[in-house]
Write a protein that binds this ligand. Structure first.
Ligand code: 5AD
Ligand code: SF4
Length: 435
């Protein structure tokens, strides 16, 4: 008889990939994936705490399993990831949801098998939160779920302590994986047929293996085979001319860059501890555009950081206009206990932040729409990722990260195809295949 697992993932790509590692552990233990928690013998919540709403979302869904657990007593509920890694949160979780069986932190993920076995032998909740990062565990064999894309961690943790951000507290200090191991992993993935490799790290530019990040990227871009490589995230302070140079020289490296600016105001950037000014950021963007004129630049923006005035917000809008982002993630500042910004005075009232975010989203969307319209009539190369049965269309992305929809008689998932763009609908494009 099969045993089933169901994983619920919140947050960033790092978490998406870590859920693949959790799936790998569970499948080694004989579990098989299932769509509905009702059918599962184990439900794992892989949580996020970057903003309050991410946390509330997880709390809500864990709460919803109470009823199911009361009738399905043998079902194991495990909660892991960033949320319980925060100070006192594991105890909090345990108090609030006593029916949760296992609570584990970000540094305990590779021990999930042991934790499950421990729980099977006892009634008490298993709570293990390791507070130091320890050695990088190279044993995981992720069960990848995002073919033809593959996520590859190159480093873990963050040393930057941006004043609003909880990540350094829950993910620990920066640790880089061995360059040779990364290259071996990528080689293996290409051999298996993966067509897009995304190198992951909180700040890939401070990767310090035997190679620097630009050299590592270069080595990967020199591997044989038809594939693309992307990377995220880059901290602007560490984004270097060497990296621009490598990006420009190798066609396998996608001409796109996620370069979170957060704000366009120097005083806010200073209070955020970002270590660059708006001008320095713009200079780097200029250098990038000079070498790679068609590079799609994306970003993260926060509104309502403590002390943000209308002028500061205007400076953000000005910067957005100057860069001309292909797209941007926009966030309302969320106070995270334990961070430096949480203790700052001048927290911005909710209605002000709301007004600003609406304005900013409109600005970003209008830029995206203008850029999308320039695609009409062009033929672009798309890596087909999936089939959408509701729309009856295949979908995939071009190297710039634009989503394209098209019809095809053949199953082309995992293939590079050429699409002539006929329509632009906001962020996505649609068209027809050409040979
Ligand atoms: N509030 C709002 N947004 C945040 N981010 C990180 N911490 C916070 C916070 N406390 C955003 C940043 C970062 C992205 C991953 O999440 O923009 O780049
Ligand atoms: Fe958070 Fe800043 Fe580190 Fe990014 S660089 S994870 S925003 S502390």
């Amino acid at each position: 008889m099969n045993k089933f697992y169901h994983i619920v993932t919140y947050g960033c790509q790092m978490n998406v990939h870590e859920s693949e590692k959790i799936a790998g552990i569970l499948s080694d233990m004989g579990y098989v994936s299932c769509e509905e928690p009702e059918n599962a013998d184990i439900v794992v919540f892989n949580t996020c705490c970057i903003r309050e709403n991410a946390e509330n979302h997880a709390f809500g869904n864990i709460g919803m399993l109470k009823k199911l657990k009361s009738v399905k007593k043998d079902m194991i509920i495990a909660v892991g990831g960033c949320l319980p890694q925060q100070i006192n949160k594991a105890e909090n979780l345990h108090e609030k949801f006593p029916y949760v069986d296992i609570i584990f932190g970000t540094h305990n993920l590779h021990e999930l098998r042991r934790l499950i076995e421990l729980k099977q032998g006892r009634k008490k909740t298993v709570i293990e939160i390791e507070d130091s990062e320890g050695e990088i565990c190279e044993d995981d064999r992720p069960l990848r779920t995002s073919y033809p894309n593959a996520w590859v961690n190159i480093m873990y943790g963050c040393n930057n302590f941006c004043s609003y951000c909880i990540v350094p507290y829950v993910r620990g200090r920066e640790r880089s994986r061995d360059s040779k191991k990364i290259i071996e992993e990528v080689k293996g993935l290409i051999k298996e047929g993966y067509k897009e490799i995304t190198l992951l790290g909180q700040n890939v530019n401070s990767y310090r293996g035997e190679l620097t990040f630009p050299r590592l990227l270069e080595k990967i871009a020199q591997l044989d085979g038809k594939f693309r490589v992307r990377f995220m995230t880059s901290h602007p302070k560490d984004f270097s001319p060497e990296l621009i140079d490598v990006m420009a020289r190798y066609p396998k490296i996608c001409n796109c860059l996620h370069l979170p600016v957060q704000s366009g105001s120097d005083s806010i950037l200073k209070a955020m501890n970002r270590k660059y000014t708006a001008e320095e950021y713009l200079k780097k963007v200029e250098a990038l555009k000079k070498s790679i004129p068609d590079c799609a630049i994306t970003t993260d923006l926060i509104v309502g950081f403590p002390g943000e005035t209308d002028e500061d917000f205007k400076a953000t809008e000005e910067l957005v206009k100057k860069v001309g982002y292909a797209s941007a993630f926009t966030f309302v500042y969320s106070k995270r206990d334990g961070t430096v910004a949480a203790k700052m005075e001048n927290q911005v009232p909710e209605e002000v932040s709301k007004r600003r975010i609406i304005e900013l989203v409109e600005l970003v969307n209008s830029q995206t729409r203008v850029l999308s319209a320039t695609y009409i009539g062009k033929t672009i190369e798309i890596l087909c990722e999936d089939y959408d049965p509701k729309r009856g269309l295949y979908l995939g992305r071009d190297e710039y990260g634009r989503m394209g929809y098209f019809e095809s008689d053949e199953d082309v998932v995992g293939q590079f195809v050429m699409m002539k763009v006929e329509q632009a609908n906001g962020v996505s494009l649609s068209g027809r295949l050409v040979v």
